[in-house]
Design a protein around this ligand. Structure first.
Ligand code: BES
Ligand code: MN
Ligand code: ZN
Length: 497
């Protein structure tokens, strides 16, 4: 996508479409005001007649307004002016773009007002990310490639002063790179489980390294994992015909610095194993590799921006299947760390692959290690579809992740860890059990992983609620690629001060 900035007044731009906003109670944004004047009070009349409104996300498309060069004006409600900020901005812009998504619009001018003092950088970012989100389509598996989306080519950002141009354009450029990562994460999630297997994920990782001197990909096979002592990871794949892979990607953009390590749960389908899941909506367990998808997506964003940072990705990729060779409840396995685990429920498999991936990652001497996983249904109950669950053994790391999520409008909420919860994992027969009972299921899963991260600065992101939409809008969200990207952008020192 091509982005440009402009300080010229909204009525004077010859775009296919200008997007302007009005707040609740009929307070016009600057561009709406300008268009109202140019059209001799047309917007005021439409407001009085109830055709346009300031209710957040309410959209009206107007054609051929007199005195306005653009032949389409989209008026969108911005909600209460006191509450305005990046979140309502994104909601309003998304609604506006959706409303014209069936038109042949090639060029739009985004002229939604920001509050005074708002960052032009994040305005550019949010604009690019929101448009990318709205234009995304997954059509790979449809035989007829009929409805193509809107042929948008150029997006103008209306800015208050010339001095904001550089920051706004940089924001849009970063947003566009984040879209690459988000789209990849959505695609990998949306692909069916008979296509997106552990081997498929491994091939995508190998593709990233092709022709990129900063990236090295290595894929470990089952026999190699066996030699490393990954008895926990391998117990999950025991019932599957499809081979497991341990995928590692190293991105070197900053010499000898200790890397940030991102570990992503890659269960390309989770049947539950012998502890079989019920049938309803089981297809959605194709999304059980969204942690892997999000760390691969973040890597794609990092590569697109050639960030001056070192980041490693580790993806344990498996299929969780029942079968005559499958692990059964009561089995005890030995993890790569040497700790033994009594598997009381084969459906608590994510932690079993992640613990060996965390142990493996010690070889990188990480500055920080963050695992991302669709780990527990309990997290969906606790936080719903809005916040990612965050757990950490390091307050500073947790704070920086929470802050990155805020700035990127891809938020997390911290939950506690601690010995009281960890005690729920006691086993009569092994060092620990792989489940901790019904209470605090998200936290006991976090405590389980915490037993493998001693001495490392570690954070765990449970994305079970946020990684995909169910129902009519079923599809991957690409979260938390924006949050992770914001974190690495910050660590790279390339964000505006
Ligand atoms: N992949 C699931 C978690 C999940 C379930 C994510 C539903 C999103 C929606 C995970 O492997 C799992 O099955 N967890 C179990 C753990 C339990 C057996 C302790 C769960 O949440 O029920
Ligand atoms: Mn499971
Ligand atoms: Zn799972």
């Amino acid at each position: 996508m091509e982005y440009f900035t402009t300080t010229s007044k909204a009525p004077r731009r010859a775009a296919d479409c200008v997007i302007v906003g009005i707040y609740a109670k009929g307070k016009f944004g600057i561009a709406a005001d300008d268009i109202n004047s140019a059209s001799k009070g047309e917007l005021k009349r439409l407001y009085k007649s109830g055709d346009i409104s300031g209710a957040l996300g309410r959209v009206t498309v107007l054609n051929n307004i007199s005195g306005v060069k653009a032949h389409r004006v989209v008026v969108v409600g911005l909600g209460k002016s006191a509450d305005f900020g990046l979140v309502p901005f994104r909601k309003a812009l998304a609604a506006a773009v959706k409303a014209i998504s069936k038109t042949k619009t090639q060029q739009i001018l985004v002229a939604l007002t920001l509050e005074p003092g708002a960052s032009p950088y994040y305005f550019g970012r949010a604009t690019a990310e929101t448009i990318g989100d709205e234009l995304y389509r997954f059509t790979e598996m449809k035989s007829a490639r009929k409805t193509r989306g809107m042929p948008l080519k150029k997006v103008g950002l209306s800015i208050a002063k010339r001095g904001d141009a550089g920051q706004a354009e940089r924001g849009a450029e970063h947003g566009d790179a984040i879209n690459i990562g988000v789209s990849l994460a959505k695609d990998l999630g949306n692909l069916p489980p008979n296509v997106c297997t552990p081997s498929y994920l491994a091939r995508q990782a190998q593709k990233m390294a092709k022709g990129n001197g900063r990236i090295t990909t290595r894929v470990l096979s089952e026999p190699e994992m066996k030699r490393l002592g990954m008895g926990s990871l391998l117990s999950v794949t025991a019932g599957a015909a499809e081979p497991a892979k341990l995928i590692t990607i190293q991105y070197k953009g900053a010499g000898k610095d200790a890397p940030i390590v991102l570990v992503g749960k890659g269960v390309t389908f989770d049947t539950g194993g012998i502890s079989l899941k019920p049938g309803a909506a089981m297809d959605e367990m194709k999304y059980d590799m969204c942690g892997a998808a999000s760390v691969l997506g973040t890597m794609a964003t990092i590569a697109a921006l050639k960030l001056p940072i070192n980041v490693n990705v580790v993806v344990p990729a498996v299929v969780n299947m029942p079968g005559s060779r499958a692990t059964v409840p009561g089995d005890i396995v030995k993890s790569m760390s040497g700790q033994t685990i009594e598997i009381l429920n084969t459906d608590a498999e994510g932690r079993l692959i992640l613990c060996d991936a965390l142990t493996y990652s010690r070889r990188y001497k990480p500055a920080a290690i963050i695992d991302v996983a669709t780990l527990t249904g309990a997290c969906v109950i606790a936080l719903g579809k809005h916040h990612t669950g965050l757990m950490s053994n390091d307050d500073a790391l947790a704070e920086s992740i929470l802050a990155a999520g805020q700035r990127a409008t891809d938020r997390a909420w911290r939950l506690p860890l601690g010995d009281d919860y960890a005690a729920q994992l006691k086993s009569n027969f092994a060092d620990m059990a792989n489940i901790g009972g019904r209470e605090a299921g998200t936290i006991t899963a976090g405590c389980f992983l915490g037993k493998f991260t001693d001495g490392m600065k570690w954070a765990h992101l449970d994305i079970a609620g946020v990684a995909w939409h169910s129902g009519a809008k079923k599809g991957g969200t690409g979260r938390p690629v924006p949050m992770l990207s914001e974190l690495v952008l910050e660590q790279s020192g390339v964000l505006p001060k």
